[in-house]
Design a protein around this ligand. Structure first.
Ligand SMILES: Cc1ncc(COP(=O)(O)O)c(C=O)c1O
Length: 377
């Protein structure tokens, strides 16, 4: 059933199953124990809604949260979430007072950031402020080099008692490829850094979802799963590892218009699709402005209507797309499932991703703000 509010406004909603998120955290916890779970709820909880997702992961047994941006951490604090929150990358200096005020744990990987953070903590009058260091072991995105890590740790220790080194971590580049030896190489570089430190920091971590599920050596003290918390596989090679996870998000709409077209008629922008036979076309009021990529135009069997898979006919437009329904009886108001379950069948975000040559992450993160999120529990 459509929620009351969506029925009144528009026939599109993203339903987020919070019980699925709790369940997924439980599955991950059992796999990685005794390591803890710090769930990643950046990018608005991968499109699921950061605050409800954060509450659900904590209820599922996560012990901390990770976000990309200071503003994302502030949003969680403003919603009353009290869990430890780790910022996964360095933040602009302008954000550091907010970081301290909201008790966010900064990640540092440069001397400049250590200094800026020391200043911000001193301005606040606090001391012993927890910070973590990120080491680049081969992803080459952000992090202190393995050669520079020990000096950076010393710099943080020299900033005591203002700062306190609470953890050290790295990030894995190919953990979704179980056979790729590069993960072991990253672990070896990370271990080498740990061995050169005067003391082992209180918390050591490395694993994203792929590491948590498929690479036991990366689990250390805690894991940082994101995509699997939402029930989506990090990559098709990890499908078996994800068998117990439940997708949390469904994207649902309704038929807004129905008509009969004739063989030889063409449809949508560019008239790129011509019907081979007379057929019924259902229009659905969802388009690329909502996060259904235009390139899904003419995708075969990707949308559920009347308990059957339908082809998208022609281009996806900004606000609407059309489905080829053959000779089936279709009515305005019939439920259309773009992601999720109907009639015993399920379309997964990963299926869209395969069609588009991308990953499930981009699909769920791409569902736009215009789509109301409705929470089921
Ligand atoms: C540093 C870091 N850790 C953990 C994650 C979670 O990754 P995943 O969603 O693959 O579990 C991310 C996400 O990109 C990340 O950037």
């Amino acid at each position: 059933m459509f929620s009351e509010s969506s029925r009144d406004s528009r026939w599109v909603e993203a339903r987020v199953d919070l019980a699925a998120i709790r369940h997924n955290v439980g599955v991950i916890r059992r796999i990685v124990a005794p390591a803890a779970v710090w769930a990643v709820v950046k990018a608005d909880g991968y499109g699921h809604g950061a605050v409800p997702a954060a509450r659900a992961v904590m209820a599922g047994g996560a012990e901390g949260l990770c976000v990309a941006l200071a503003q994302e951490g502030v949003e969680l604090r403003d919603a009353g979430i009290d869990a430890p929150i780790l910022l996964l990358s360095e933040q602009p200096a302008s954000q550091l007072d907010a970081v301290v005020t909201h008790r966010l744990i900064p990640t540092l990987y440069s001397i400049g950031a250590v200094r800026a953070m020391t200043d911000a903590v001193q301005r606040s009058g606090r001391s012993g402020y927890p910070v973590q260091i990120k080491v680049d072991t081969g992803m080459n995105r952000v992090g202190v080099s393995t050669g520079g890590a020990v000096d950076l740790v010393r710099a943080v220790e020299a900033a005591s008692p203002t700062l306190r080194l609470a953890g050290i971590f790295t990030h894995l580049a190919v953990s979704d490829e179980p056979d790729n030896p590069f993960t072991s190489e990253q672990v070896a570089s990370f271990e080498d850094v740990l061995a050169r430190l005067p003391n082992r920091p209180p918390v050591v971590h490395a694993a994203n979802s792929g590491g948590a599920l498929a690479h036991p050596a990366t689990r250390y003290d805690l894991v940082r799963p994101g995509i699997t918390v939402y029930g989506i596989e990090p990559g098709s090679t990890l499908r078996e590892h994800c068998a117990d996870l439940r997708p949390a998000l469904s994207l649902v709409s309704r038929v807004s218009f129905v008509k009969r077209v004739r063989a030889g008629d063409s449809i949508s922008y560019g008239l790129k699709h011509t019907f081979a036979r007379d057929t019924t076309v259902a229009t659905v009021p969802i388009g690329y402005a909502d996060g259904v990529p235009r390139r899904l135009g003419n995708a075969a069997g990707l949308v559920l209507l009347g308990g059957r898979r339908r082809d998208i006919a022609g281009m996806v437009t900004m606000d609407q797309l059309m489905l080829d329904c053959g000779d089936d009886a279709v009515q305005i108001g019939d439920e259309v499932v773009l992601v999720g379950e109907q009639g015993g069948d399920r379309v997964r975000a990963e299926e869209w991703a395969e069609q588009l040559g991308t990953i499930g992450y981009e699909i769920v993160c791409g569902i736009s703000k215009r789509v109301r999120r409705v929470y089921l529990d």
